[in-house]
Design a binder for this molecule. Sequence first.
Ligand SMILES: NC(=O)C[C@H](N)C(=O)O
Length: 595
Amino acid sequence: QCNLRSAAGQTRRRYSSSSESPDISPNVEARVLVINTGGTIGMTYHNNVLSPEPNTLVETLRKLPILHDEQYAQQTRLYEYYKPPENTLVLPLSKQNKRIVYSVLEYSPLLDSCNMTTDDWATIGKDIEKHYEQYDGFVVLHGTDTMAYTASALSFMCENLGKPVILTGSQVPIYEMRNDGRDNLLGALLIAGQFVIPEVCLYFHHKLYRGNRVTKVDAGSFNAFTSPNLPPLANAEVDIKINWDTVWRANTTSKFTVNTQMNRNVGLLRLFPGITADTVRAFLQPPMDGIVLETYGSGNAPDNRADLLDEIRKATQRGVIIINCTQCLRGSVTTSYATGQALSDAGLVAGCDMTPEAALSKLSYVLAKQNLSIEEKKKMLSRNLRGEMIADLGGAKLSLSDSRFVQVIAKTLSISCKEELEAIRDALTPTLVCVASKIGDIEALDAIREMGTDLSMADYDGRTPLHIAACEGHLKVVEYLLGKGATVYARDRFGDTPLRNAVRFRHKEVVKLLRKTGAHFSREEMEDAGTELCSLAASGNLEALEIWQLAGVDMTMCSYDGQTPIEVARATGCEEVVEFLKQATLYQTKVWNLK
Ligand SMILES: NC(=O)C[C@H](N)C(=O)O
């Protein structure tokens, strides 16, 4: 059963441009899911006020040449291949020679983001989880008013995220002549389709921010957001420049999941001079489980107000968790003042440099963990979970440009300016990490990482240390790299992932570990697998077939000429292989029945 073929029963030919020449690059098309939740971007005027307009966005985008290339769609029979066709669009060829095919999933009803609740965050999270394997990245269209809250909440809900999730929207509807919606959507799509940034981000006005670091600061400007305590992850100027050193990575070997358990009994309380103890007491009454207290300056509150401190202390003793965040836009909570020390003595958790939006959603996420004690929850809250805060300001990060090694080279080559130094670092480190990975030298990898190098750095062929360790079958190195945030979704210039490499070189244990971490074959790789499986069946290579199955490939895929592996095995008469493929077919039938 050729369930992954196109409706026409043939694989689509892919084209690099509107010319007739087929592109041989296997990774030329990326897929992005756009989840449209509402917001100004898709609003129109009704009785002189803006509200969401359902069922019109896709048709509008289809008519905009910068957001859809109809000629390419027709030439490559895009609509036969990607279902449902009415929601599928494709961007013109990007500067990096990539095609981004995107599908729009529109919610009903579309919401002004002021109307969103915790349930809506969970719906978005669950949809990302449901479609996670089919897409390279996700764009969430969302109203700007509560976008920072949703971005923060999603960053905690998405555990072990390996692909980009980018929230965007606009200040002026995309249907208006002058608007920021087109640019924001285009930028978000280009980043989600071309870069493996494994974070929940927010893209607005040419900048990509970490989602849990932003706050809306302007209601009347296209430049509506700021990330006060962390520079942008990317700037989309003439080129899109990713600040890879800043990108946050999940340091685990666990698969992506979405945890929608959030505690709703949380709140934000902003101190002001003269606030009464009655107000504080009323706010902290049950069922309140946790609050973010927005204090002055670097986390200060009056230390001459015994009545206030008393209410706060009583609440923390009852088990209410209180995070101390500053009302200032920029900066961190410290204990440099007596007025700040009083709060920490009253049992508050330091919110460091978190935004109130991030602190509130982190609190809601952590408080929902029923198996943790109050002390464990407090500990978890003071840890940096998703790059939402700098927990320890004392330990500034070392960068390779500070390292002795690069300094010595720079001196030898008489280099002094920062740009040249960075150029050397960028040229040397991919090679160094790849060599260390090839020879299985974890100590060297660790030393290079300590200098501040990102171990997901790719060489000139787009090959990362994880690709190399997977080829070599260095299980320990693979484990180490995954533990240090290496992405299983990196594709080299040939379109290969570490999983594809491990399968090719038959490293069973590496395949198992990569699968456990969430690696999977893309739809196109699955299609191409049919031919490979038939040739392995023809040569009776049972071991290789087993590895393909471990990699999650459907063993009933057809070859290019429509034969199934089991038919080929029967024709060659290799009983062992026939038996194995029979079992695999039974298994696959069960999988389909479950769907
Ligand atoms: N610019 C916007 O999207 C604001 C709108 N009220 C919303 O948050 O849905």
